[in-house]
Design a protein around this ligand. Structure first.
Ligand SMILES: [Zn+2]
Length: 125
């Protein structure tokens, strides 16, 4: 009964038209909203350009300085670790200053020279 109703068919047609045009309407609304937002942002920036420059630039420079400082600190730490490793590595390959025996973990230092235990005890007595 409602299928043959004229006004019902018109409503169906208008609904169909709305459905067909809905993506375009949404797109137009979206573009309009985007344009309005961009205009509002630009206006806000123009009004607050001095504030942005006054507060934004120092904050930006501080952030950059902190970041670069941290980077340099990290770099220094890495380099220190590498230097430690380089200093430590040859110390495991030390030889006795007198008998040229290879020194393991048992090395005895005297006046900046390294001796094996026997030579250390000999030089002591
Ligand atoms: Zn020795």
């Amino acid at each position: 009964m409602s299928y043959e109703n004229g006004s019902g068919g018109g409503g169906c047609l208008s609904a169909l038209l709305t459905l067909l045009l809905l993506p375009y309407i949404i797109a137009i609304y979206g573009y309009a909203l985007l344009a309005i937002m961009v205009i509002l942002i630009i206006e806000w920036l123009q009004e607050h350009i001095q504030t942005i420059l006054l507060y934004g630039l120092p904050v930006l420079t501080a952030v950059v300085l902190i970041k670069t400082g941290l980077v340099s600190k990290l770099y220094q730490r890495v380099m220190a670790k590498r230097l430690k490793v380089r200093v430590f590595t040859p110390s495991t390959n030390l030889y006795c200053y007198w008998c040229t025996r290879k020194l393991g973990l048992q090395s005895w230092e005297r006046h900046g020279k390294y001796y094996c235990q026997d030579c250390y005890e000999k030089g002591r007595s």
